[in-house]
Design a protein around this ligand. Structure first.
Ligand SMILES: Cc1ncc(COP(=O)(O)O)c(C=O)c1O
Length: 418
């Protein structure tokens, strides 16, 4: 078993008081804290290695380029991609999904021989499938693209426990879809969707599948080849890495086919006033100067996770979650939002007669940091007919004692507010 004290010693930010109470940080689904090794890696880069990459012949530039490409290789191994060319560095999940929505739009509508947008017959009114539990990041980019072309956004419904209706999904797959884009784990409900099965089902109809791994990558080993997903997107900051870095895995066949997303330096091959040709993968999708320091921090965060027994971490986090659910369920009037059998990482709830915002504000004064509101998933709130939830989300540095502090704080706040 890993030592929780040793782990926590690597996260100095946890060792502080807020409003005179020890900080209990349970907002990990929004962002995780960063271990010293990650902070030091980024600092070290700026102290000793900072340089723009890929373009310089000089020593520092070559060193920074090698480090950046090494980080790409590390990400590739971490998600078990076949090739580092299949990893694109982005700012995070949101940028990765915008990249995909834009590139698919260009693929559907841009006639490259004419170099202008022409709706092709087979792509008129594109249909994209998402689920009822998506974060706005996996909804709005598709919605925008679809609205520009009079297409249709189809939605896989879920039941009252937050479990997707796979029979309905199968029916929707027959509707002539262009893309399926689904969350691996819901950031509101904690539901782990059966993505491997859903990918296989979509592939029967020849439809590419994107997996939003923002909430899964920190908690579970990811194997994109085993999933057989066409794309997998994630954010570094939710897996102990710095903000401003994330990734997009794409099967090389797809990435070769998709047009670039942004244009500028680095992503080009040859440029004249008449015409531009584009660079090879992965550079074709990385326009401009990347966040090298954060990419190195992401590599270090991966190495930090790999230094632990991930099965053990999974089991530990599961214990935290189950203990929180069990203790919270003793509170009068509590209603859990999301009760899927397969769930992970977080618990969302409301309490009769108590506004989530008020509850979050009061327990904050007791040192407990949770998130309240719609969690960037307003349609989920609409499905459940609620304005928002209180969400406690866990990371590997949280403790059973913190779970107890959370439960006691919620009990006290509920009493004060009712
Ligand atoms: C499931 C899911 N998708 C996408 C995002 C967006 O991630 P980011 O803000 O890091 O781009 C989040 C963030 O909470 C999320 O939970």
């Amino acid at each position: 078993m890993f030592s929780i004290d040793e782990i926590r010693a690597q996260f100095p930010v946890l060792d502080q008081q807020v409003y005179g109470k020890p900080l209990v940080y349970l907002d990990n689904a929004a962002t995780t804290q960063k271990p010293l090794c990650v902070i030091e890696r980024e600092r070290d880069y700026y102290l000793h290695e900072n340089c723009n990459i890929h373009r310089g012949v000089h020593y520092l530039s070559q060193k920074a380029t090698e480090a950046y490409e090494h980080a790409r290789q590390t990400v590739a191994s971490f998600v078990n991609a076949r090739d580092a060319r299949e990893i694109i560095f982005t700012r995070g999940t949101t940028e990765s999904l915008n990249l995909l929505a834009t590139s698919f739009e260009h693929l559907f509508f841009k006639d490259s021989s004419l170099d202008r947008f022409v709706p092709r017959d087979d792509a008129k009114q594109p249909k994209v499938l998402v689920t009822a539990m998506e974060h706005h990041s996996n909804l709005v980019p598709w919605q925008q693209m679809i609205q520009r072309h009079n297409g249709e956004l189809l939605v896989v419904p879920m039941d009252g426990k937050g479990v997707l209706d796979l029979n309905h999904y199968e029916e929707l797959l027959k509707e002539g879809l262009k893309v399926v884009s689904i969350a691996h784990i819901s950031n509101v409900l904690g539901t782990i969707n059966p993505v491997k099965q859903m990918i296989a089902m979509a592939h029967k109809y020849g439809i590419p599948v994107i997996i939003d791994g923002a909430q899964s990558i920190a908690h579970h080993p990811i194997d994109v080849q085993d999933f057989d997903c066409d794309f997998f997107v994630f954010s570094g900051h939710k897996m102990y890495a710095p903000m401003g870095i994330g990734g997009l895995y794409g099967k090389s066949e797809w990435l070769e086919k998709l047009p670039p997303y942004q244009f500028g330096g680095e992503m080009v091959d040859m440029v004249s006033f008449e015409k531009t040709t584009f660079n090879v993968l992965p550079f074709k999708f990385e326009a401009g100067t990347p966040n090298v320091g954060a990419a190195l921090g992401l590599e270090t965060a991966i190495q930090f996770l790999q230094s632990l027994d991930r099965k053990e971490v999974e089991a530990y986090e599961e214990k935290l979650l189950q203990s929180a659910i069990q203790q919270l369920s003793e509170i009068d009037g509590i209603r859990f939002i999301g009760q899927a059998e397969h769930r992970s990482g977080l618990v969302s709830f409301i309490i009769d007669g108590v506004h989530p915002y008020d509850l979050g504000t009061i327990i904050d004064k007791m040192g407990v940091a949770v998130r309240t509101g719609h969690h960037c998933a307003e349609p989920v709130m609409t499905c459940f007919g609620i304005p928002g939830t209180v969400r406690a989300s866990f990371a590997l540095y949280n403790t059973m004692e913190e779970v107890e502090i959370l439960v006691n704080a919620v009990k006290k706040a509920a009493m004060m507010l009712r």
